[in-house]
Design a protein around this ligand. Structure first.
Ligand code: GUN
Ligand code: FE
Length: 445
């Protein structure tokens, strides 16, 4: 019988009550990938038994945290990460994004790119990602295989677009777009990947007709599927959506009329949502993916995370590669703090979000946003052990520790000064997936 692995030391996670809870001198028991107990060390020591338990002791300046959850990332845009940020959203899509995504018709190119981004995000501590693919079914299925091969957990969406898109990158008709989506969903479900699910992915209201969105909404309801899309990211986009859908009350109503706003829906950006729209998002149990790097890099706007959190809306963080140039969720945490600080600089009554809120949004909040908080997101008994072993004094660490640093200071320093070098192990379902032998396309920096 396999032994229960017992990690002993310091842990940090978010709970329903606490954005950041630190447990010192604790033990987490993991059996068959799942958390079977979390208790104080002294309590565990009373029952510790060599035959049953494999004890793994963490060193000083090491801690375990839940794996990070990227709630919004475009896998095929990775070749553009760090370039082509000189345009606003709509121009940027036409000049850089659509030409790059069109290349994913070529399966080999797609596979090589997807291997790189999946490996890169895992190395940076992303144990779960909600990926946008392209309109190409074969490339999207290859992305699922590569995620599975690397041991990551993910939602994967075949992108739908049948309107206001270039001739070289558009689906032929509503029928084709819907039938390809059904085929994709069925194939992903049939393959019974243990940790990969399909997600319905209408790109945004500008590139989908109402008829297409209606059919996708129906499909999501029929099969109880997740949904992801973009909303209210820029003012130009909002204006265009108003013109395209004059019969709708607002941007959210375009999606809601189609049945796309559900408790398994994650909406990217949402910078310019009205009070009424946010209220409805909360009512429906949908969520927002805040993508701070993207919002600054292509100058979309300043999202008010504090407002959404205080209204009780589920908020996760997203890298939004390649509107966001960094595939790292640590960058997303830091940038989210800076974005919130900007709001405080403009209005001193605004209460900025801190390392505690961003930690929650990168982990537990992300799992809530993707409606997978019954599975992952924190260290609750019964959940899968998706976790990061963080070391602050490993070789190459850019974090220096001082005698008076408290446990919370260590976590804070990791958030602000840490990087992938501090992430020593990446556990998904109890397995350190960085140890897997996979095609080496991404040489270490
Ligand atoms: N809106 C529609 N498509 C996209 C995209 O690829 N990236 C971003 N940031 N916004 C979008
Ligand atoms: Fe996006």
């Amino acid at each position: 019988m396999a032994k229960t692995q017992v990690y002993c030391g310091m842990f940090v996670h978010s709970t329903k009550k606490d954005y950041m809870r630190i447990l010192q001198n604790h033990a987490i028991g993991v059996k068959e990938g799942k958390i079977v107990f979390v208790e104080e060390m002294i309590k565990f020591q009373l029952k510790a038994n060599e035959k049953e338990h494999e004890v793994i002791k963490l060193n000083n300046n090491e801690f375990l945290m839940p794996g990070m959850i990227d709630t919004h990332i475009h896998a095929p845009q990775y070749p553009n990460a760090g370039k082509g940020l000189d345009q606003g959203l709509l121009e940027w899509l036409n000049k850089y994004t659509f030409p790059t995504e069109a290349k994913f018709k070529e399966l080999e190119f797609a596979k090589n790119t997807y291997r790189k981004i999946v490996r890169r995000t895992l190395e940076n501590g992303t144990t779960t990602a909600s990926y946008y693919g392209t309109i190409h079914i074969d490339a999207c299925l290859a992305l699922c295989d590569i995620i599975e091969e690397n041991g990551q957990r993910a939602l994967v969406g075949k992108v739908n677009m049948n309107a206001n898109s270039p001739d070289y990158y558009i689906e032929e008709s509503v029928d084709v777009s819907v039938s390809e989506t059904k085929k994709f969903v069925d194939e992903v479900l049939q393959k019974k990947y243990p940790r990969v699910l399909p997600i319905i992915t209408p790109r945004f209201a500008i590139s989908c007709s109402q008829q297409l969105m209606d059919a996708l909404g129906l499909l999501a309801i029929e099969k109880d599927l997740h949904v992801q899309t973009h909303i209210s990211e820029t003012e130009d986009e909002c204006e265009m959506v108003g013109k395209l859908y004059p019969e709708c009350e607002d941007y959210l109503d375009v999606y809601d009329k189609a049945g796309l706003i559900r408790n398994k829906t994650v909406l990217g950006h949402g910078i310019y949502l009205s009070d009424k729209e946010r209220k409805k998002i909360k009512q429906k149990g949908a969520s927002i993916s805040h993508c701070p790097n993207s919002n600054l890099s292509i100058r979309s706007g300043i999202f008010n995370a504090r407002q959404c959190l205080s209204e009780g809306i589920k908020v996760g963080l997203g890298t939004d590669v390649s509107g966001g140039y960094s595939p790292s969720m640590m960058d997303a945490m830091r940038t989210a703090i800076h974005v919130s600080n900007m709001l405080t600089i403009k209005d001193r009554t605004h209460k900025p979000i801190t390392h505690r809120e961003v930690f929650m949004m990168a982990t537990y909040g992300g799992s809530q946003a993707l409606a997978i908080d019954h599975l992952v997101g924190n260290f609750e008994v019964g959940k899968e052990f998706d976790a990061l072993l963080v070391s602050l004094d490993c070789p190459g660490s850019q974090v220096d520790i001082f005698d008076d640093d408290t446990p919370e200071d260590l976590v804070q320093k990791f958030i602000f000064l840490g990087d992938n070098r501090n992430i020593q192990k990446v556990f998904v379902n109890g397995e350190d997936v960085l140890q897997r032998k996979v095609p080496d396309v991404c040489p270490k920096a």
